[in-house]
Each structure stands twice: as structure tokens, then as C-alpha cells.
Design a protein around this ligand. Structure first.
Ligand code: IDP
Ligand code: MG
Length: 153
């Protein structure tokens, strides 16, 4: 099963939306395999956003994600990376579809509540930035056979 790195960004914590956003992941059938609240050091934020180095919004992005605590999670499930991207919605709040996290909770470009890995390679790299292997718990829940069931054909 796929794993992805999800970060509830500082605006989510400041706006007290942690519970509501995690609820959306749980409702969908995804499992939280690791989770912590932390103040992200600038050096770690620079590594997370390395792919955006040189872009006009890079410095502001690093400033934003280090401006207050974040909740960092490894989220697991069938096709978890794409499913989480769909739940998040398009990058800019004003552009994101209603029903998505970004579509329902904001209008901003930078302050868009949540980060999610965008490919299996990115997910692996990003998870390794925040978690040791031993921090990631492999477990099943009683609902799995019902929530994860795929068609026979
Ligand atoms: P994503 O979060 O949807 O994957 P990315 O393009 O990877 O979007 O950008 C990373 C983050 O940088 C976004 O979530 C957003 O916070 C910020 N960002 C992206 N593009 C812009 C922009 O054009 N202006 C300001 N901030 C931006
Ligand atoms: Mg991205």
C-alpha cells in the first residue's frame, strides 16, 4: 500500500482545523501510520522545498511553514498519494474545487493549509526527512476489509 507525507501547515494549526482536516483523511479510509506536532527548523523546511529553490515564492514559503507549529503525518492507504492530492484540491484556495480541503477552507495562494507528496519518489524522500523507519507503525484496522475492498473484476 502507498504511503505519503502530509503536513498540516501553520495556518491549519492557528485556525484550529487539525481535527477537521484529519477527519477528512480518516473518513476516506486512509490510515495514519506516524504523526507528530513540531516546529519545523528552517534547514528542514529548505530541504522539503528544495524543488522550489529559486522560484519567486520560495523564501516566503519557507518563512510560512516555519512560522508556527505543524502536524506531520505518514498517511497510508490504497493509492494514498493521489487520493490525498484529490482531498487537498488544487494548490490555490480560490482555484480549488468545493469539497476539497483547500477549496473549502481558504482563498490564499501560499496559505493553503496542507502539504502532500506528489509522487512515490517524492513521498519516500519527504517521509525520510521527518521520520525514522521505526516511527512508522504498520497496523491494520477492523474497518480495512470493508473500506479497502476492490472489485473482483
Ligand atoms: P502543492 O502544495 O499543491 O504541491 P507546489 O507547487 O508544490 O504546490 O507549491 C508548494 C507550496 O508553495 C504551495 O502549497 C503553496 O503554499 C506555495 N506556492 C506555490 N505556488 C505559489 C505561488 O505562485 N505563490 C505563492 N505561493 C505559492
Ligand atoms: Mg508540491
Amino acid at each position: 500500500m502507498e504511503q505519503t507525507l502530509i503536513i498540516l501547515k501553520p495556518d491549519c494549526i492557528q485556525r484550529r482545523l487539525i481535527g477537521r482536516l484529519i477527519q477528512r483523511l480518516e473518513d476516506k479510509g486512509l490510515i495514519i501510520a506516524a504523526m507528530k506536532l513540531m516546529q519545523m527548523p528552517p534547514a528542514l523546511a529548505e530541504r522539503l522545498y528544495e524543488p522550489h529553490r529559486g522560484k519567486p515564492f520560495h523564501d516566503h514559503l519557507v518563512e510560512y511553514v516555519t512560522s508556527g507549529p505543524v502536524v506531520v503525518m505518514v498517511v497510508r492507504g490504497a493509492r494514498a498519494i493521489g487520493v490525498c492530492r484529490k482531498l487537498m484540491g488544487k494548490t490555490f484556495g480560490y482555484d480549488a474545487e468545493a469539497g476539497t480541503i483547500r477549496g473549502d477552507f481558504g482563498l490564499s495562494t501560499t496559505y493553503n493549509l496542507v502539504h502532500g507528496s506528489d509522487s512515490p519518489e517524492t513521498a519516500e524522500t519527504e517521509i525520510a526527512l521527518f521520520f525514522e523507519r521505526a516511527d512508522i507503525v504498520d497496523y491494520a484496522t477492523a474497518a480495512d476489509p470493508w473500506v479497502l475492498k476492490e472489485g473482483e473484476v
